[in-house]
Write a protein of this length. Structure first.
Length: 127
């Protein structure tokens, strides 16, 4: 098993743009992310992701008009924060977004403390 270090943000690009042919990947030496033995599963996830993102952009609701069964993507609220996880081995689903609560709280406090000023750090900004 190999592990990826860092933040692999680029891995979702093929899914978001439904790049089933893997265009651009062979030139970099990376295999088609939507290919291989799990191609059918990956393409199903990609189709769901594309439809939910387009639905959100068009209707402000990622659940609008889906033609495939999927768990509901709940509205994000501060009272009950949830992320949507597109998953290969289980059903895509919403999960609690609490693992980064402390960091979000810090960023929000910093933004409030800055009040539009160019300062860094909560203490330096006066809070």
């Amino acid at each position: 098993m190999s592990y990826t270090f860092g933040s692999p943000h680029f891995q979702e690009v093929a899914f978001v743009f439904y790049n089933t042919m893997g265009l651009g990947y062979p030139a970099t030496g990376v295999p088609n992310p939507l290919g291989g033995p799990d191609a059918q599963t990956y393409q199903r996830i990609s189709r769901l992701m594309v439809r939910m993102w387009i639905s959100f952009i068009s209707f402000a609701d990622p659940n609008h008009g889906l033609d495939t069964p999927a768990a509901t993507w709940p509205r994000y609220t501060l009272d009950a924060p949830k992320n949507y996880v597109f998953e290969q081995n289980t059903t895509s689903h919403a999960e609690d977004d609490t693992y980064r609560a402390e960091a979000i709280y810090y960023v929000n406090r910093l933004a409030y403390a800055r009040k539009g000023r160019n300062c860094t750090g909560i203490v330096n900004c006066g809070s």
